[in-house]
Every structure is written in C-alpha cells, then in structure tokens.
Design a protein around this ligand. Structure first.
Ligand SMILES: Cc1cc2nc3c(=O)[nH]c(=O)nc-3n(C[C@H](O)[C@H](O)[C@H](O)COP(=O)(O)OP(=O)(O)OC[C@H]3O[C@@H](n4cnc5c(N)ncnc54)[C@H](O)[C@@H]3O)c2cc1C
Length: 475
C-alpha cells in the first residue's frame, strides 16, 4: 500500500526544506525527499546552499578574510603577529564542521515539525503521485494532495574546459582544495567566480579571472560595479573582460587556458581552473512525460507568479524556476506556496529581492539600477555617501566604497539602493525593509540611526538624495 501525504516536496535545499517546514506548521502531513550525497557517500539535507554553496563559501571567505587582514591590516592597528601561519586543513575542517552542524540541524527541524524526511530520488508521476527510490532501496509510491518540486540547479560545464575534478573543477571542487594553488584561473567573473577567486587570492594564490562579457558585473548598478572593479584591481585581482575561453589543455606544467579577446588569442598557464559560468535548473529524471509539467527552452520548470506549474496541484520553487538563483528567493517562494496550499493569501514581491556578493568590499543591492530607471524613462533622483566619511568604517579600517540611493523624483519612493563597502550584505537589509513598506526617502531621512555605525552611511546617502547630507558636501 502506498503512503499518503498532504504535501510531498522533492528537494531539501533552502527552497524545499523551508516549504516542507512551513507546510507542516500548517498542520499538513508532509514528506520531503532529497537525493544529495556528499563525496564521502553520506546523505544529508540542505541542498547546494548548505553543502556546496552559500555556507561553505562564506565559512572560507570569513577565514581567508581574517588571514588577509592579519597579514596586511593588523599592523595599521598597531598589532604585530610575528610570522603568520596558514593551516588550511584546520580551515577546511572548520568549514566542514559548520556545514555538518547546519545540515544536521535540518533533520532536527524536520523531526520537531513532524516532516517525514526521506533520503533518495523523487520522480513526479501523473496525478500528484511520486515515485520515491531510497538510496540502495526499492522504489515506493507516495500519494499526495500537492507536490512541490524544489530540485535546484547544477553547475554548467564548459565544453572548452571539461572537469577532470582535479585540475579543472566546479565551484564545489574549488571549496575543497587541500593546498593553495600557486596560480589559479577562474572562468566567469560572476558572484561565484568573484567569491571563490577572493578566497584563494587572500590565501596566497595568484588569481586570474577571465570573463566573456565586456562589462564587469553587468547586473549591478554601473557606478557600484566600477567602484568594486577599482577595489579588486587595487587588491591585485586580475580580471580580464571580453575574454572567451576557447580551450584548456592539461599538461605537466599546469593547465593552459586559451582565450580570445579583442586583441586576439592569448594563453595563460595556471595550476588549477575553476569553472564558474553559471548554473542550470536540475530536472534530470524528475518528470514523467505524462506528469503534465512543462519546461521552458532554458530548462526551467514553467510556473506562474504563484509558482503553480502546468500540472494541477504541482508547484515548483527555487533555482529550478525562473528568477535569480538565490537561496532566500527560493525559501520565500517555498513559504508562499505552503501558505497558498493551506488556503492562505500569500504573494511574493519579486521587486525586492536583495543580491549580495561577499567579496571585500561586499557588494549588495536591491531594486532598480540607475541604468534600468534610465531605460524605462523613470524620473529619478540620486544620492550617494562615501564610507570614507563614516567614523565607524574608518575605525574598522574599511572605509572604501559608497552607498547609493535611487528615488522617484515624483513620489520620493525609494526605487533602488546599491552598496559597495563594509558589511554591505547586512546594511542592505534596512533598504529591503524600507522598500517592502514602500517607504519614501524622507522616511529614511527622518529615521534615527545609531552612532557611530555603518548604517549612518545609509542614512546620509538617503539625505544626500535631497542635498541634505550632513557629513558630505552636497552639490
Ligand atoms: C559556491 C556557491 C555560493 C553560493 N552563495 C550563495 C549566497 O551566498 N547566497 C545565496 O542566496 N545563494 C548562494 N548560492 C546559490 C544557492 O546555493 C542556490 O540559489 C540555492 O541553493 C537554491 O536552492 P534550491 O532549494 O532551489 O536548490 P538546491 O539548494 O540546489 O537544492 C536542491 C536539492 O534537490 C535535490 N534533488 C535534485 N533532484 C532531485 C530528485 N529528483 N529527487 C530528490 N532530490 C533531488 C538536490 O540533491 C539538492 O539537495 C551559491 C551557490 C554556490 C554554488
């Protein structure tokens, strides 16, 4: 006899496990299936984010940042540390411990919320039935009132740089190097390429990032992207734009990366190559052709604004559907879908999803860029504030970068906030909340910010929109 649930979720990344917990909180009987296996064969929940993405990368970014600061910044504070030593094995073990704690925590949350967690593969059959095949077990049929597909994404492989999992690796491989490569090539100057490049550069690698596009961080506000590029250049990160990798060759002397740019063909030799050219939705083996779920030409499961697929009572959330491939976007879609299944009113505000790049300085933004407003013909006003005038940023010895506001010239509503600077990922939260509440710039101008904090830079940038910044010379 088949087991019956109100909700079966396929995929336990941040989109799927959050959807499962929320559904269970509504009193719905819920199962969540996940196929993830670590390189050591262990099965865990948490998906890409916890096991090979957000969390391990941030653990290494934090450690490498501390190492770098001890090397170059401590002396500015009058702190001498003698000879600095790098123990990469301990750094990696710390990262793995954090990942283990957090992914193990999901199992605990499942138990506490009465979610049935299942390790293995899920396949959607017609009429909300799911074939569940446990790792090393026989297939079992699950019946559900609703199915949520949350199978995430996988790295895109480049034909010109096929993985050998030793010298040419994907992002997961780049999080697990057991020694610092002397020369590291990164293909792709997107979020993941920049973060991973930063980690290994801070630990001593000579990093070269090649990017096919001519424009650096095309999705960010151009002024912020320019500032970030300037800072990275100062740090010695070698970013080559308009450079298309044509081939790679693994030799005894290293991996030869051959790329073309405007000037013609070039070659560089590196010890390892990280391919970080994007991710594709993961639907292999997921959909029975009769299940009635349509997939678009880019491989995304087709959904409407409420994440309904083309099949009745089948929903899809997270990286496997359109929109930015971000953990918090998937989680929020998971919450919305669980609420809708429970009969509540719920919606997702796709206009207010923060983007964060955890480099140093960090880059974060929400809402429209100046270029988007210009091309849409929106009347806007801008304000900026440099961290160089922030007491807290100076005390932290991290006074590079700026905060930029874009506000409606008609209604004063905040339309976009862009930050390049210390703790930008934390600071953007205030702007996200303000925009979610459709705050005016004046609302922020009249909000008291603690002193001395980095949030004062956000406050001053809001004031600067109307030429009222106190600690900057207004135009
Ligand atoms: C190096 C790196 C750093 C990143 N950093 C950030 C960051 O700082 N912030 C951020 O917001 N995002 C970050 N991301 C992106 C983030 O990881 C993804 O957006 C997020 O994990 C997507 O969540 P998801 O639940 O949709 O999918 P996933 O996390 O990919 O989870 C999907 C799960 O479904 C399972 N699955 C797939 N098919 C099946 C099947 N048929 N049956 C059962 N299970 C299946 C998979 O094994 C996986 O466990 C990063 C990504 C990478 C690679």
């Amino acid at each position: 006899m088949s087991r019956k649930f109100d909700v079966v979720v396929i995929g336990a990344g941040p989109a799927g496990y959050v959807a499962a917990i929320r559904a269970a909180q509504h009193g719905l009987s819920t199962a969540c299936i996940d196929a993830w296996k670590n390189p050591d064969g262990s099965a865990v929940f948490g998906g890409t984010c916890l096991n090979a993405g957000c969390i391990p990368s941030k653990a290494l970014l934090e450690s490498s940042e501390l190492y770098h600061r001890a090397q170059v910044e401590f002396k500015n504070h009058g702190i001498g540390v003698g000879e600095l030593a790098l123990d990469l094995a301990t750094m990696q073990a710390r990262k793995e411990g954090i990942v283990r704690d957090l992914s193990g925590g999901i199992g605990v949350l499942f138990k506490a919320n009465d979610v049935t967690g299942l390790f293995g593969h899920g396949r959607l059959l017609p009429e909300q039935k799911v074939q569940y095949t446990p790792h090393d077990g026989e297939p079992e049929l699950l019946e559900a009132e609703h199915v949520i597909l949350a199978t995430g994404s996988t790295p895109i492989e480049l034909p010109s740089a096929p993985y050998d999992c030793e010298r040419i690796v994907d992002s997961q491989g780049a999080l697990s190097f057991d020694s610092v490569p002397e020369r590291l090539g990164v293909i792709g100057a997107g979020v993941i390429g920049l973060e991973l490049g930063s980690v290994w550069q801070r630990l001593g690698a000579k990093v070269t990032i090649v990017e096919a596009m001519d424009q650096f961080l095309f999705m960010a506000d151009a002024q912020i992207a320019r500032e970030a590029q300037r800072q990275f250049k100062k740090q010695g990160l070698d970013i080559r734009l308009g450079a298309k990798v044509q081939a790679t060759e693994i030799t005894d002397a290293g991996v030869i990366m051959k790329y073309d740019d405007e000037q013609g063909g070039h070659e560089i030799t590196v010890d390892k190559v990280v391919v970080a050219v994007g991710r594709r939705p993961s639907t292999d083996g997921l959909l029975d052709p009769l299940a009635g779920v349509d997939v678009d030409e880019r491989g995304h499961i087709e959904v409407d604004l409420e994440c309904r697929t083309t099949a009745l009572n089948v929903w899809a959330v997270g990286d496997v559907v359109r929109g930015p491939m971000l953990a918090h976007k998937g989680s929020e879609e998971g919450v919305m879908v669980a609420d809708l299944i429970a009969g509540e009113i719920a919606e997702m505000n796709y206009d207010v999803i923060p983007s964060i790049i955890y480099t140093s300085p960090e880059i974060a933004w929400v809402g429209k860029t100046e270029e988007e407003l210009k091309s849409a013909g929106v009347e806007y006003k801008t304000g900026t504030f440099n961290f160089a005038a922030s007491g807290r940023a100076k005390a932290m010895d991290q006074a590079a970068g700026l905060v930029k506001f874009l506000s409606s010239a008609v209604t004063d509503e905040i339309l976009g906030v862009h930050i390049c600077g210390p703790m930008a990922g934390e600071l953007i939260g205030e702007a996200v909340l303000a925009m979610e509440f459709q705050a005016s710039t004046e609302d922020l101008q009249r909000t008291i910010h603690g002193h001395p904090t980095l949030t004062e830079a956000v406050h001053e940038a809001a004031l600067s929109v109307d030429n009222r910044a106190i600690h900057a010379i207004n135009r």
